[in-house]
Write a protein that binds this ligand. Structure first.
Ligand SMILES: Nc1ncnc2c1ncn2[C@@H]1O[C@H](COP(=O)(O)OP(=O)(O)OP(=O)(O)O)[C@@H](O)[C@H]1O
Ligand SMILES: [Mg+2]
Length: 270
């Protein structure tokens, strides 16, 4: 559910004070571009240095996602910014992160960002989903979308990000950093290269080049063709539903078309 951003200064005084108790005096707050779910997304200059603050009202439907993001934060690899603190008071839920002073990744064909994005995902591919944190299971998230008899393929214990929209990948120097862990998921490792492939298609890659990128991940190249076909079919079904519920949001219609093409390319005749 999207909502509009408000500047930090419009938070209740006791909430701003609680932030200042964590950070020292707040000198400046600049609202970040990209994404749309957070009521607050600001880079703040404070007595203890810079901090990225994202937050939403505590009664917002996305607050569960924000709590998942906080819970998984200690388990994330180096490519992800550190979470400094999590505050909930007076109707607000706020996360304070290490600032990544970068720009959104460019996914267009030939972009020099692409090897950096692959490196960040390669690092993530080695991480096992923590057992002691409540994380969604891929089999549950995909259950409504998979062709009959294929859901078991999605099972696994990799920690998955699942949302590789380019505004969730920040480029700083020679490094890509993964942000926005609202949907941490436990499942088969090849699901993330597949999610990236779809986003590459949305940035102009033909399906063959998007699949070539996915194929450089051992999880993908080693996966059963039936498993990847199930992912392709499920991705097409998922984005058809998203697009139908969002008439008029053109980027979602585009994603649905790319998902159909991805599903076609991955189909296996049984
Ligand atoms: N640690 C950070 N340092 C600096 N900027 C950041 C950081 N994390 C996120 N951003 C910026 O803020 C934007 C929004 O952050 P994020 O994607 O985490 O929240 P969101 O509003 O829930 O996003 P979405 O609407 O995509 O779900 C990002 O697209 C990015 O531009
Ligand atoms: Mg985002």
């Amino acid at each position: 559910m999207s909502m509009s951003r408000i500047p930090f200064e419009q938070l209740p005084a006791d909430v701003r004070q609680a932030v200042a108790d964590k950070t020292g005096a707040v000198h400046q707050a600049v609202t970040a571009p990209g994404g749309m779910n957070s009521g607050i997304a600001s880079v703040m200059e404070t007595g203890s240095g810079s901090v990225f603050v994202k937050g939403i009202p505590a009664d917002h439907p996305q607050v569960a996602a924000q709590r998942r993001e906080a819970a998984v934060a200690p388990h994330l690899p180096q490519s992800c910014p550190r979470l400094y603190w999590h505050l909930e008071l007076d109707g607000w839920s706020l996360l304070g992160y290490e600032v990544v002073d970068g720009r959104h990744a460019d996914y267009t064909p030939g972009s020099p960002d692409l090897p950096l994005v692959e490196a960040a995902l390669t690092e993530l591919q080695g991480i096992t989903a923590p057992a002691d944190v409540e994380i969604k299971d891929a089999v549950d998230r995909w259950a409504e979308y998979t062709p009959p008899g294929t859901l078991q393929h999605f099972d696994g214990d990799a920690l998955l990000h699942t949302d590789f929209a380019p505004d969730n990948v920040l480029i700083v120097g020679e490094r890509a950093r993964l942000v926005d862990w609202a949907w941490p998921t436990r499942g088969a490792a090849w699901i993330d290269p597949g999610a990236l492939a779809l986003r590459l298609m949305d940035a102009g890659h033909p399906v063959s080049s998007a699949l070539a990128v996915a194929g450089r991940f051992p999880s993908w190249s080693g996966a059963a063709p039936e498993a990847l076909a199930a992912l392709g079919a499920a991705t097409a079904a998922l984005w058809r539903e998203i697009a139908e519920e969002a008439q008029g949001e053109e980027w979602k219609q585009g994603m649905a078309r790319h998902a159909v093409a991805l599903g076609d390319a991955l189909r296996v005749d049984l």
